[in-house]
Design a protein around this ligand. Sequence first.
Ligand code: 6PG
Length: 251
Amino acid sequence: MSSAPSVVVHPDKQSLADAAAARLVTALVDAQAARGEAHVALTGGSMGSAIIASLCEVPGRSAVDWSRVNVWWGDERYLPAGDADRNDTQNDAAGLASLGLDATRIHRVAGPDTSDSAEDSAEAYAAELREHGAAAFDVVLLGVGPDGHVASLFPHHPAQRTTGTPAVAVHDSPKPPPDRVSLTFECLDRALEVWFLVAGADKAVAVGAALASGADRWDVPAAGPRGSIATRWLIDADAATAVTGTEPRHD
Ligand SMILES: O=C(O)[C@H](O)[C@@H](O)[C@H](O)[C@H](O)COP(=O)(O)O
C-alpha cells in the first residue's frame, strides 16, 4: 500500500532544511521507540548536505540515539572513497561525523578503489541491505533534479526498470559523473516514509510534473516512489510555483 503525497511549502531553502531536520529527529525517535533502531537513506545534491548541516544544530537532536541509526545512501556517484564529488563525502563535509553515529552503521557504496565495477559495487550494496534487513527504510530522503530524476533513476533510463534487487549500477547518467549506483524503485517503494526535499526555481517544473495527476515515473521518476506510511514533498516557495491540483500547506 502506498500513501498519497502531501506537500508542505517553506519560505526558503534554509527554513526547509531546518524544518526537515526537526521532522527527521522526530521520525528517528519514533522509529527507535518502535523498532529499537532506525534506518535512513540520505541524499546527495545541495539539499542532501543542507539537511545534514541543519541536523547538527537542530534542538532536540540529543533525543535520538545516534549510535543506533543506520545510515545509507539513496544513490552514490561511482568515484573513489573521499572524492569530493561523492555524495557521502559531501554529507561528511556537512557534519555527518559530528552526529555521533556508529561507524559500523554507516553503509557507504563502494567506489572504484574497492570494487571492480559499478555492477560489483551495486551487488555488494544490495547484499549489505539484505543482510541488515533494511528492506523498509524508516525514512528515505530524496533530492529531485530539474529533469525530475530521483536518486540516480533518470527519465527514460533503463536502470529505472530494474527488478529483483534493491540496488543497481547506472551508466550514462545525464548528470555527471556518468557511473553511479542507485537504489531501485522496488527498494524505494518499500520505505515507510519517502521525503522529497526540493528548493529553487529551477526545480519548479519538475515538482509540478511529479505531482500532476497521472504523472508517469518513466517520464518523471520523482512521481514514482511513495512511502507506505507517508510521502512528503517538503519544498520551498520557489520550487512550489508549478504545483497544481493540490492545496499546498504553507508553514
Ligand atoms: O547524486 C546526485 O546528484 C543525487 O543524489 C541526485 O539525485 C540529487 O539529489 C538531485 O540531482 C538533486 O540535486 P540538487 O539538490 O543538488 O539539485
